[in-house]
Design a protein around this ligand. Sequence first.
Ligand SMILES: Nc1ncnc2c1ncn2[C@@H]1O[C@H](COP(=O)(O)OP(=O)(O)O)[C@@H](O)[C@H]1O
Ligand SMILES: [Mg+2]
Length: 277
Amino acid sequence: MTEPAPRRARVIALVNQKGGCGKTTTTVNLGACLATIGHRVLLVDLDPQANASVSLGVDPATLSRTTYHVLVDPTDPGTAPVAIEEIARPSSVANLDVAPSSIDLAAAELELAARIGRENQLRKKLAPARASYDFILIDTPPSLGLLTLNALVASDEIIIPIQTHYYALLGMQQLLRTLRMVRDETGHDVEILGVVATMYDARNNLSKEIVNTIKEEFGDKVFHTEIHFSIKLVESSMVGVPLFLHNPQNRGAQEYMALAREVVIREEIAGRAEARS
Ligand SMILES: Nc1ncnc2c1ncn2[C@@H]1O[C@H](COP(=O)(O)OP(=O)(O)O)[C@@H](O)[C@H]1O
Ligand SMILES: [Mg+2]
């Protein structure tokens, strides 16, 4: 009998420096669907606004330690650094743990700025946790600052959510430049796993036109699943339980489940290609 292969989580950051494009909603609902189909998932909240933590039923105001403490190691020699496992906690979804953030994290950009290896901090801290999960998803803030840079360096791949509105592709060149910079400066090749169109509105032709523009830009990187505009997704984030858990028949829930299945398939293909090389 051979030993089962050790788990080694794929790390995926959800990135787009534009605010309000569906990063947090996608991280939370994709995470919940991956967990529901049996994967062990850790969601790392790297946005000081902590919307992902709240959407998973965690109240940041009650926490003494968050991703801030993991990312910014104490400079005081009497204080031990905090591991990601120490802050990861069960969420409102079975199989889905969350490493919550809080508003303190807003200070991390400045505090990290003066340190050596500042963009490697999250990668270093996530390494031991990769043995305990199948997927680690990172929700990022709406900027390309040091927090997002830490997420990029820590990730195998990224998913880019793009809202199907005017100016959808605004800022994409800047994001692609940042990816190239990470590659050139750190030698770490972070791939685009896929691009997902969000808040699709079937009632106007604009959404369709914009999806076509996204496909012209990103080709087969674009996921087949589009996430339609759904007020239920907004409501579910307010009650702290992802949509699939309380309303699995809802279209938004079904779409995120379809996206989760696409992610699993793409990861299997990427993993096999890596194993061969
Ligand atoms: N498919 C959707 N349909 C309707 N509202 C959505 C959808 N996805 C996200 N939203 C809402 O849009 C706002 C921005 O989404 P969010 O996921 O927080 O974006 P980001 O994390 O990129 O800032 C939130 O109020 C969220 O509830
Ligand atoms: Mg967000």
